[in-house]
Design a protein around this ligand. Structure first.
Ligand code: G6Q
Length: 551
């Protein structure tokens, strides 16, 4: 394959960048009053406005040529056909099949998968509904009031994010908790207020070997047994989601309480599978169906819309424009909806674990930059925290802002103020504030020329800082499903263009084995000398000072 940087579109974009890099969006808007119509798209009730980007029609044409020359359509077709595009693990990438609502058979590595997907979803819904309707009883015949999902990474972030985002749709006498950290504080703080008689644990682990999850699961089991005192009653309080049925059975989970997941679903793409069990318990089967529906409609859009009108493709190309041509190193995700407070963390994993790679599909080290540093927080809170850097810092941070046009109660006083902030921030980031504007502002405040001269440089805002704005009617399950799928496919398209395998995660696997040797050394209780002097020093310092009851 031709190197990415040798593609004609890449070369043309380099030249185009040199021409456009000093143009200011303020002027672009003045010259093109129809920019909003030209550079915005809609899918269902989601409006995607990308007009506040440092682009012209020529930029978009060249970026679209890049997508064509990198064969985005070909790779997209391979993914949906279930070909093993995760070549380092020899696996298909079929999370879209989990939400497929059409009538065509679905395949992964040549095997038909749609029947078992439906079967498993049915089991998940049956369990969820029996808990929601209080038919599922604990060992003392009391209904379940608290569900604790124990899992980490992909087996944690998606369900947590969606449960929080869809709080208005949740059943209120059922509380869903999430435990991921091996630090005992996490599980202890969670169990503190819970009653074993009315608590159900979901052990969510694709591999059922992840240390953090397994240690927390053991602690949960011991906590249950302290009260229940008989292993035979545990099935009423313990279920698992995994592809390692044997390990879950050996752990003591009844076979009928084990929900399947498959090799062809990556952890960070798995909330659509039984890993989403806690979401279904929280919002119910019908709302979960809506979540799937929203994602399915985006899958169909991604599959069929021409590249120039394809929202995930445009999102990906804009990211590449800043990452590879402007040298931007990060992107910010800024939801203006409190319930989306875990959305940036969720996307951080999805994006950085998928495209945080420097080795291309043929095993060569790339000579261009790949996945950005993704960070973010609730927009309003961030305005009082890190927006300073977005406005006046030396780094270019392209940002995505997301907001609902109406929220659940829609109290005018709150909502109008919220919306005025998102509009004002995106406008200010684009326009900035010129010297002339600052002078007239300070003059109007009654300052003399000496005071103005002193303050002037600090009050100037360069502007020209790009944002995408997503407005959606309300954050309902369908819209959330669509938003997540838009980002999933954006990540896919960027991975294709950077010629990466977005679906393996050797860095995570490394983390899973790295600590093993040191744990053995700590368990042996002797001073160590097998590492560099810093690591030896830290371990020995810890061994010396750790509380004696830690052994
Ligand atoms: C996701 C990653 C990673 C994984 C966790 C948990 O894509 O592979 O975040 O989800 O390490 O793994 P298990 O589900 O196997 O416990």
């Amino acid at each position: 394959m031709t190197q990415l940087t040798d593609l004609p579109a890449w070369q043309a974009l380099k030249e185009h960048y040199a021409e456009i890099k000093n143009e200011h969006m303020r002027d672009m808007f003045e010259q093109q009053p129809s920019r909003f119509e030209q550079f915005s798209l809609k899918i269902n009730d989601i409006l995607f406005d990308y007009s506040k980007n440092r682009i012209s029609q020529q930029t978009m044409d060249l970026l679209l040529q890049l997508a064509e020359q990198a064969d985005v359509s070909g790779w997209r077709q391979k993914m949906f056909a279930g070909e093993p595009i995760n070549h380092t693990e020899n696996r298909a990438v079929q999370h879209p099949a989990l939400r497929y609502l059409g009538n065509e058979p679905q395949y992964a590595d040549g095997e038909r998968i749609d029947e078992e997907i439906k079967e498993e979803l049915k089991r998940v819904k049956a369990l969820a509904e029996s808990i929601r309707t209080r038919r599922w009883r604990g060992h003392s015949n009391q209904p379940i009031t608290d569900v604790v999902n124990i899992g980490i990474g992909g087996s944690h972030l998606g369900p947590l994010m969606a449960t929080e985002a869809l709080r208005p749709y949740a059943i209120h006498d059922l509380h869903i908790h999430y435990v991921s950290n091996i630090d005992e504080n996490h599980i202890n703080n969670t169990l503190e207020s819970l009653n074993p008689d009315t608590t159900l644990f979901i052990i969510s682990s694709k591999s059922f070997t992840t240390q953090d999850t397994m240690v927390n699961a053991q602690t949960a089991k011991t906590w249950l047994l302290n009260k229940i005192q008989s292993e035979s009653l545990l099935p009423q309080h313990l279920v698992a989601v995994t592809s390692n049925i044997q390990a879950a059975t050996e752990f003591g989970i009844a076979e009928e309480n084990i929900f399947k997941m498959w090799d062809w679903v990556g952890g960070r793409y798995s909330m659509w599978s039984a890993i989403g069990l806690s979401i279904v318990i929280s919002i119910g089967s019908e709302n979960f169906d809506d979540l799937l529906q929203g994602a399915y409609e985006v899958d169909e859009h991604f599959k069929t819309a021409p590249l120039a009108e394809n929202i995930p493709v445009i999102m990906a190309l804009l990211g590449i424009w800043y990452n590879n041509f402007f040298g931007a190193e990060s992107i910010a995700i800024l939801p203006y909806d409190q319930n989306m407070h875990r959305f940036p963390a969720y996307l951080q994993q999805a994006d950085m674990e998928s495209n945080g790679k420097g080795c291309d599909r043929s095993g060569q080290t790339v000579d261009y930059t790949t996945g950005p540093i993704l960070f973010g927080e609730i927009g309003i809170a961030s305005q009082h925290a890190f927006y300073q850097l977005l406005h006046q810092g030396t780094k270019l941070v392209p940002s995505d802002m997301l907001a609902p046009i109406s929220n659940f109660l829609c109290i005018a006083k709150h909502h109008r103020a919220l919306m005025s902030n998102i509009f004002a921030q995106a406008e200010a980031l684009m326009k900035g504030k010129t010297e002339k504007e600052v002078i007239s502002e300070l003059t109007a405040q009654g300052m003399n020329s000496e005071q103005i001269e002193m303050l002037l440089p600090y009050k100037i805002f360069p502007g020209n800082r790009p944002t995408n704005t997503f407005l959606f009617y309300t954050l309902n399950p369908k819209t959330l499903g669509s938003l997540i799928a838009l980002y999933e496919h954006k990540i896919f398209v960027q991975g294709v263009i950077w010629n990466l395998n977005s679906f393996d995660q050797w860095g995570v696997e490394l983390g899973k084995v790295l600590a093993t040797n040191i744990l053995e050394e700590i368990n042996a209780g002797q001073l160590v000398s097998s590492h560099d002097c810093s690591t030896n020093g830290l371990i020995n310092y810890y061994m010396d000072l750790k509380p004696k009851n830690l052994g």
